[in-house]
Design a binder for this molecule. Structure first.
Ligand code: NAD
Length: 440
């Protein structure tokens, strides 16, 4: 497994849990040192125990020696990052290509190279060219096996996936069968649980991942726009979302209004799909719009907080609950909090923030002046305004009475709709949330 980040570490550990011998190659010295010492460099519920058990059982190892890991492997998974390229939004495949070249240099005998990273359509074929150019003598196949796990629920998602996608080179005689057989065997423990494995060509598998993430991002953006409309016409977005979600064709998930989607996948994957579409001469306009609407939404959230303050937050203290892009993760990549806190900081507010898992990951990406607090009530202490940015469960039960004892002001912007408007209003708060009547 090349790459010991969210995807490589979770996938590698889960494969080991199914009885496979897994060697994870990680080049980041801090990450590698942590893994070797039994520390998990990312926050993922349940992962520490699973890693420890599989290391103990001798099925899971960590190292930076590519040759040792690749030699004799039935399959080599590439799970390195594919961030957005600055400027054009295309996925940066340079880490993938570099890893593949390193693998090719040291591979011995038949080698199956599998991309787990999310990669643009055509990457699999490019990988085949790179491997061939690096090692014309090497017997190899390339497969695409995109990963659908969600941070925060990654182990369950990996072990009980809705589906496993396996794309192989259907134009290569025999290549498909050989590669499919290895991957089928590897996934057999999941297969026995009757999780469907979908076999496709390389390009199809690569596109499936972008289409899935872009659809979900579009669904989030849809309910966010409906939420704004609800505010204008006096409708309640929670009832709208619940009611449309009861239609099986729509489905109830991903219909919660929010400050916009963030994270390590949706923003970069929607941008990448629009680039793939433009380059192929078949623009995906719905997703181009999704990207633009989402960017505007994050900015609009900061403006709402400023409006709640009466148009000026200069010198005010703002308590912020939740920083990560969603609960149950420490991931700060493209979180709405980055945009919102930047606006509030520039407008002259003093920010007191708390996040249950993201304090360390937040520091490098948030404004310098932010004060990091020890818990939610500490963040509320002395605040003129309290803002909820991530819906961690522990914030849901905070009582308005307790908040009153800590806050200086009586204004709350609940940008995840975690609280009941009535109880906040009864307690004397000036409360705004998203898409609910009489709240704005
Ligand atoms: P990450 O940045 O957390 O991890 C990537 C790791 O690879 C890093 O630790 C890096 O040091 C290491 N690495 C880079 N080059 C290397 C090399 N040549 N040899 C060994 N290690 C190397 O990224 P991630 O979140 O795990 O995402 C990886 C890929 O999976 C991306 O394409 C992403 O889009 C996709 N994906 C991510 C998620 C998610 O929830 N994070 C879900 C599905 C798919």
């Amino acid at each position: 497994m090349i790459g010991g980040g969210y995807v490589g570490l979770v996938s590698g550990t889960c494969f080991a849990e199914f009885g496979t011998d897994v060697a994870i190659v990680e080049t980041n010295p801090d990450r590698l040192a942590a893994l070797r010492e039994g520390r998990i460099p990312i926050y993922e519920p349940g992962l520490d125990r699973l890693v420890a058990e599989n290391v103990e059982a001798g099925r899971l190892t960590f190292g930076d020696d590519m040759a040792a890991a690749v030699k004799g492997a039935d399959a080599v998974f590439v799970a390195v990052g594919t961030p957005s390229r600055r400027g054009d939004g295309q996925a940066d495949t340079s880490y993938v290509y570099a890893a593949v070249e390193q693998v090719a240099r040291v591979a011995e005998g038949y080698t199956l190279i599998v991309t787990k990273s999310t990669v643009p359509v055509g990457t699999g074929r490019e990988i085949a060219k790179i491997v061939h150019a690096t090692r014309p003598d090497l017997d190899f196949d390339v497969a695409s096996n995109p990963e659908f796990l969600r941070e925060g629920n990654a182990i369950v998602d990996f072990m009980k996936p809705d589906r496993v996608i396996i794309g192989t080179d259907q134009s290569k005689p025999g290549g498909t069968e050989r590669a499919q057989n290895i991957l089928r065997k590897l996934y057999r423990p999941l297969y026995l649980l009757e999780r469907p494995i979908v076999f496709t060509g390389l390009e199809t598998a690569e596109l499936i991942k972008y289409a899935a993430n872009s659809f979900l991002a579009m669904k989030i953006t849809f309910i966010n726009e409906i939420s704004d409309l609800c505010e204008k016409v006096g409708a309640d977005v929670n009832d709208v979302a619940r009611s449309i979600g009861l239609d099986g064709r729509i489905g109830k998930k991903f219909l919660h209004p929010s400050p916009g989607f963030g994270g390590s996948c949706f923003p970069k994957d929607t941008r990448a799909l629009t680039a793939i579409g433009r380059n192929a001469g078949s623009p995906v306009r719905l997703i181009e719009t999704t990207v633009a609407v989402n960017e505007l939404r994050m900015k609009a959230m900061g403006e709402r907080v400023i409006a709640l303050a009466g148009g000026d937050v200069k010198g005010l203290t703002i308590g912020v609950l939740g920083l990560t892009f969603k609960p149950e993760t420490d991931d700060m990549r493209e979180a709405a909090s980055i945009v919102v806190l930047d606006q509030l900081d520039k407008a002259g507010a003093q920010i007191r923030a708390f996040d249950p898992a993201g304090m360390e990951t937040a520091r490098p990406v948030l404004p310098q002046g932010v004060t990091y607090c020890k818990d939610a009530l500490d963040a509320a202490t002395g605040a003129d305004i309290l803002v909820v940015l991530t819906e961690w469960n522990e914030f849901r039960s905070l009582s308005p009475e307790k908040l009153k004892t800590r806050m200086t002001g009586r204004k709350v912007a609940d940008l995840r709709n975690i609280w009941d408007p009535e109880s906040l209003k009864e307690a004397g708060f000036d409360y705004i949330s998203l898409g609910r009547p009489d709240m704005v």
